[in-house]
Design a protein around this ligand. Structure first.
Ligand SMILES: *Cc1c(COP(=O)(O)O)cnc(C)c1O
Length: 417
């Protein structure tokens, strides 16, 4: 955690001690390092600089306007999955001509909004969606740029909930059906075929599944060329994993080398849709220990953050690093193999099991690598207001999303008269 480091026994984010953040903004809160965000994006930009490539950040990983704005200013494109994400990207200053729209269930209203915005491409995921898209475009007297998301039937070897490139998954068009559907699209005058797309899953920790899937994709591209369909871009999706614990973390350079090798002779533009890899390390969840509850068989450390704030452990049994903000061990710390849990009424409300640490009631903890799929998956479960988000730039901390107040919890609710 280069942007989060212990100085004189206190964890800092960039040049600010985390206790200062807690005092000023309260806990729990998400805290992001601007420098870490820029470093992750610049790594992609530099590594792919020699190639005709467009990096489209997958918005669902972290959709805060300030995050999107930082990436927009670097010239990144965006991969969106809803009309809400489209609106966010536009408000944050994203270039509509660099937006690709993925997802198996785009509504007519969402399609219409994206057509009016003038996005780069719709990643179409079914024959039925194709017909709807063609009809909406025709009604608006527009031509929709499309690619098909094909499902290469490759095992990404990740958690089943985030594996998307197997034939039993709901995503994409089966490889063997792709030529026929491209031919169908060619006959629809309100559509323009521009590309092909895949996304085989998330938190993938080896290069091999990407290579295998991309090779299958290229065979299809060549078959399409023989059918008279010449593509402008090939989108190989996102999914590059990060190290939460001890996972293998393929480098972006390794990933780019694989791309260069197999796309070598092609002039087609390469699109990438990284989400997690651009934001995971840049964010932490800062939380305070409310109570320690020791028992005969289990010891619980109860935090003010809960599963509704960071759902990954409950949803995927995900492992996150957890560290003390102040490292000093005092007389009142208790060393146990703690189950670190939140206050929500669910046994799945945990952040860690059996973490051996010396803890003290009232101290601050950092749940690390929480910049991706943290805030975006949060909810109001148990009527807990959504927490605030802070972005740090050097010595400056800025609130980039306010903590919800209690009134906001039921502002849109009404009782019968
Ligand atoms: C979620 C998603 C991504 C990003 O995945 P990461 O694992 O966060 O890189 C990219 N493309 C599509 C279509 C997605 O659904």
């Amino acid at each position: 955690m280069k942007y989060f480091e212990i100085r004189h026994g206190v964890m800092h984010i960039e040049d600010i001690p985390l206790p200062d953040i807690a005092q000023r903004f309260g806990t729990p809160c998400y805290v992001y390092s601007r420098a870490a965000l820029l470093a992750a994006a610049n790594e992609y930009l530099q590594v792919f600089a020699g190639q005709n490539a467009l990096i489209c950040y997958a918005v669902k990983a972290n959709s805060n306007l300030a995050v999107l704005n930082q990436f927009a200013k670097l010239g990144l494109g965006f991969d969106i999955v809803s009309g809400g994400e489209l609106a966010r990207v536009l408000v944050a200053g994203g270039d509509p001509t660099k937006i690709v729209f993925s997802g198996v269930g785009k509504t007519e209203a969402e399609i219409e909004a994206a057509l009016r915005a003038g996005i780069k491409c719709f990643n179409v995921e079914s024959a039925a969606e194709l017909e709807t898209l063609a009809a909406v475009a025709a009604r608006l007297e527009k031509v929709a740029p499309i690619s098909f998301r094909v499902n290469p039937d490759v095992d990404a070897k990740t958690h089943p909930y985030i594996s998307t490139g197997l034939k039993e998954n709901k995503f994409g068009i089966p490889l063997q059906d792709a030529r026929a559907i491209y031919q169908r699209a060619q006959r629809l005058s309100s559509l323009r075929i521009v590309g092909i797309d895949m996304h085989i899953g998330s938190q993938i920790t080896e290069i091999t599944p990407f290579r295998e899937a991309a090779q299958k994709l290229l065979q299809l591209v060549d078959a399409l060329y023989k059918d008279g369909i010449n593509l402008e871009h090939i989108d190989i999706g996102g999914g590059l994993g990060v190290r939460y614990r001890d996972e293998n973390e393929p480098s972006v350079a390794e990933f780019a080398a694989m791309c260069r090798e197999i796309f070598a002779a092609r002039r087609t533009q390469l699109l990438l849709e990284p989400g997690r890899r651009l934001v995971a390390y840049a964010g932490i969840l800062l939380t305070r220990l409310l109570y320690l509850k020791t028992g005969e068989t289990h010891d619980f450390a109860i935090t003010d953050a809960a599963m509704n704030d960071l759902m990954r452990p409950a949803l995927y049994q995900a492992w996150h690093p957890i560290e003390k903000v102040e490292t000093r061990v005092t007389d009142d710390t208790i060393t146990r193999a703690w189950n670190i849990v939140g206050p929500v009424c669910e046994s799945s409300d945990f952040f860690a099991h059996k973490r051996t640490m010396a803890l003290r009631q009232g101290e601050l903890l950092v749940i690390g690598a929480a910049g991706a799929y943290g805030m975006t998956m949060s909810s109001n479960y148990n009527s807990r207001p959504r927490i605030c988000e802070i972005m740090v730039d050097g010595k400056t901390a800025t609130i980039v999303r306010a903590r919800e107040n209690i009134d906001a919890l039921f502002a849109g609710e009404f009782v019968l008269s």
